[in-house]
Design a protein around this ligand. Structure first.
Ligand SMILES: Nc1nc2c(ncn2[C@@H]2O[C@H](COP(=O)(O)OP(=O)(O)OP(=O)(O)O)[C@@H](O)[C@H]2O)c(=O)[nH]1
Ligand SMILES: [Mg+2]
Length: 600
């Protein structure tokens, strides 16, 4: 038997799913969190029943890929649990009536019951049951309330009894039902609701936005540095180093096996960053350099997600995003991409048109560095001064903006306006945040550690076999001319296909100047996403478009690297002034183009 969880976006389907099956999936306070269906199992009176978490959908006449997935799933379900937002009955019942028209065995889970009570919304559940002709179970899934009743009443699922003919009649029916079952009592606005208004009003919105970003950054640094200083460093230095040193001596201090496991000794010592052995650098980079910041970043992101801040950022940035051919909601893949490009690439599916998907994928893959990469940039370049780090991110932002403006001009079509449901602010529970953090960290471990070890292995083999010298010599002229980099940096680019953080780690033993580090980090960020991201984008966009995106990446990498090289090593400020003029021209063009369009 198969049970489908169907409902509007952001009504708590994934939370109900986790409660029913014990399978953890990511839930967040914005529409479009789930874009692929997820399977789990429920034990129903001794039978193993399959439960499927279906992407959110407003209607059974699909308007985007996530909705298509939802509709395609429908014929496969034996029972459909329609999760409904009790605070938003009017909008949600439209889909319920569509489901009833399909004659599927239905049961309604009236979720967010706690929030409805806070808002003074009273719903007459028995009456709703009679009017719809299907069982209705009120619940607050996040606290596990009502889940038991839902399971107990599953056998009662049946096709409903409401009927209508035209679309207009269906709207009228929804209106009639809501009038009969719902009563809203008066109450005062809460502090959170006042904050909701302030965060999208232009002036206060941007001030609050700036404040949020500033605090987010401070907190991430505080937690990240704290974890490194008090946990990771002491563990590695006091506990792991002596063990590794003994192993090194036992292996004779040199030889292929020693190089592979421990790496090169630097001044007779193991250097966790530069030795490049699987057991030294291979574990130190992910666990002591990247992991602490990943924890910090995802903690802060998880809070902002569940609080409901991200869609408000979408509203604030809608204007800017339209200039680069996207609407505000594309800020969500960009922000997710700052964590890991893989879920970001998946979330691009929520954008409506192919044009938007193409632009968003290109911008995200090229100019949004993932947090593993960012952590390594801070670790490697940071000690040389904030100005160098700033240069990398400023260059990436300029690349993002320039490329967006260009793509928006070149690609046919237009960007639809932002139609997004803004969820209410909610104070997230600690347990919910902890679960999400756990999910994302375990994803990091599954994704990162094997690839990092593989990466280090590849580097070692490349050194041992002499391949690296061949590659370096081949790349030497090109790298020296465009980027001012030694040919040896080529191995980093080669590894960037696997993981950007290891690739950056490879730069450490090359004794690059701070300027060279900046150029190399910039090129590494831009030229290609990691393999995992590439494969997802390939599936979303298809071969032809992915080939185009790859072409754009390579050209952009060449341009960005050359620019960084010129700015740092030859022209200095002049290069930035030139870039500024070019960008201003592009923006001017865009503005006049807009004005012309508006007057025409
Ligand atoms: N207060 C309250 N919050 C809830 C409840 N159920 C879910 N939430 C919150 O509502 C938000 C949306 O939950 P999700 O499970 O991601 O919603 P979804 O329907 O899967 O959303 P999509 O995957 O985007 O379609 C999250 O922030 C949840 O923590 C509930 O019963 N009460
Ligand atoms: Mg979901």
């Amino acid at each position: 038997m198969k049970i489908l969880l169907v409902g509007n976006p952001n009504v708590g389907k994934s939370v109900v799913f986790s409660q029913l099956t014990g399978t953890r999936v990511i839930s967040s306070n914005y529409p479009g969190t789930t874009v692929e269906y997820t399977r789990g199992y429920l034990n129903l009176n001794g039978d193993r029943v399959e439960v499927i978490d279906v992407p959110g959908s407003y209607t059974l006449e699909p308007t985007c890929k996530a909705e298509e997935v939802a509709v395609a799933m429908l014929p496969h379900g034996d029972i459909v649990i329609n999760v409904v937002d009790a605070t938003n009955l009017e909008r949600n019942l439209y889909l319920t009536l569509e489901l009833i028209a399909r004659q599927v065995p239905l049961i309604v889970a009236l979720n967010l019951w706690d929030e409805a009570q806070h808002k003074g919304i009273v719903i007459d559940v028995p009456k709703l049951e009679t009017l719809l002709g299907v069982p209705v179970v009120p619940m607050a899934a996040i606290r596990g309330e009502g889940i038991k009743q839902l399971v107990a009443r599953l056998p009662e699922a049946r096709s409903g009894t409401v009927t209508w003919q035209t679309t207009d009649e269906r709207y009228a029916t929804v209106g009639r039902i809501v009038r009969q079952v719902q009563r809203v009592t008066h109450r005062h606005h809460t502090l959170l609701e006042q904050l909701e208004d302030l965060s999208v009003m232009p002036l206060t919105g941007f001030i609050l936005g700036g404040l949020v970003l500033f605090c987010a950054f401070k907190i991430i640094r505080f937690i990240g540095e704290g974890l490194i200083g008090f946990l990771c460093e002491p563990l590695f230095e006091n506990w792991y180093r002596p063990f590794l040193q003994k192993l090194s001596v036992a292996l004779g201090g040199t030889g292929p096996l020693h190089d592979l496991l421990i790496g090169q000794l630097i001044n007779g010592q193991i250097d966790f960053v530069q030795s490049l052995g699987i057991l030294s650098t291979g574990l130190y980079v992910p666990l002591a350099m990247v992991f602490p910041y990943i924890v910090a970043f995802y903690l802060v992101l998880g809070f902002l997600e569940d609080f409901g801040y991200l869609p408000r950022l979408a509203v604030l940035f809608d204007g800017l995003m339209h200039r680069v051919g996207l609407h505000g909601y594309a800020i969500i893949p960009m922000i997710l991409g700052l964590g890991c490009n893989v879920p970001a690439a998946l979330s691009i599916r929520n954008l409506e048109s192919h044009r938007q998907k193409f632009i968003a994928s290109t911008l995200m893959a090229i100019a949004v560095p993932c947090f593993s990469q960012t952590a390594m940039i801070f670790a490697l370049v940071g000690p040389h001064g904030g100005l160098y780090v700033g240069q990398i991110f400023l260059t990436l932002f300029c690349v993002w903006l320039t490329l967006g403006l260009l793509l928006n001009r070149q690609l046919a079509g237009y960007t639809p306006s932002l139609l997004v449901e803004i969820p209410p602010y909610r104070l997230p529970g600690v347990k919910v945040l902890a679960k999400k953090l756990y999910l994302r960290i375990s994803h990091f471990f599954k994704e990162a550690i094997p690839f990092i070890l593989l990466g280090i292995l590849v580097v070692n083999l490349a050194y041992l076999s002499g391949f690296i010298h061949l590659l370096a010599r081949a790349c030497e002229p090109l790298f020296a001319f465009f980027f001012g980099l030694p040919g040896d940096a080529a191995i980093a680019l080669l590894l960037g296909f696997l993981r950007k953080d290891v690739a950056l780690g490879i730069l450490a033993p090359l004794n690059l100047t701070p300027e060279q580090l900046v150029v190399a980090s910039t090129v590494l960020a831009v030229y290609f996403p990691c393999l995992a991201t590439f494969l997802i984008l390939l599936r979303e966009l298809g071969w032809q478009d992915m080939l185009k995106v790859t072409g754009i990446m390579l050209v952009t990498a060449l341009a960005a690297g050359t620019f960084a090289n010129l700015a740092l090593n030859r022209l200095g400020l002049l290069a930035w002034i030139g870039a500024g003029i070019l960008l201003s021209l592009l923006i001017l063009l865009e503005v006049t183009h807009r004005k012309k369009e508006a007057s025409a």
